[in-house]
Design a protein. Structure first.
Length: 146
């Protein structure tokens, strides 16, 4: 174990509690959160209505708050472009060329293209494993026939 510089106290990184003391139980909330909930008790509807009224009156902050709740920004969006079917490892080369062409044409952003390429790479690995398994099974079958 390490000690802090200039101090003989042992650093207990990763084990801050005494044995038998696991810390807060699951689901326990911070006292600040509990205090805020107590202050807002029974006021949820009135506060929501006030935010809606301000948004309708043109308050940009209230409008953003309301719109973020109604239609939150999508973190991920589907991409659509032509890609050949992928049945073999060799087909992944054509598919990756299609992704690069879509990025070059501006149909897909480079980030989206990179994500699709990562999917293609993972799929290629699965195909390679399947093909390897089939080849090993064929070799084992030939070896048993002797």
């Amino acid at each position: 174990m390490e000690t802090e510089p200039g101090n003989d106290r042992v650093i207990t990184r990763g084990r801050p509690f005494q044995p038998g003391n696991a810390g807060k139980p699951k689901g326990a909330r911070h006292r600040t959160t509990l205090a805020i909930e107590a202050l807002l008790e029974g006021q949820h509807q009135a506060l929501t209505q006030a935010a809606i009224d301000k948004a309708l009156a043109g308050d940009p902050t209230a409008l953003k708050l309301c719109l973020d709740r109604l239609a939150p920004a999508r973190r991920d969006a589907p991409v659509s472009f032509e890609m050949p079917p992928i049945k073999t490892v060799a087909d992944t080369v054509a598919a990756s060329s299609a992704v690069l062409a879509a990025v070059a044409a501006g149909d897909v952003t480079p980030d989206e293209g990179g994500r699709v390429m990562a999917l293609l790479s993972a799929h290629r690995g699965i195909l390679e494993t399947g093909e390897m398994e089939a080849r090993i099974a064929a070799l084992e079958e030939k070896g048993l026939d002797r």
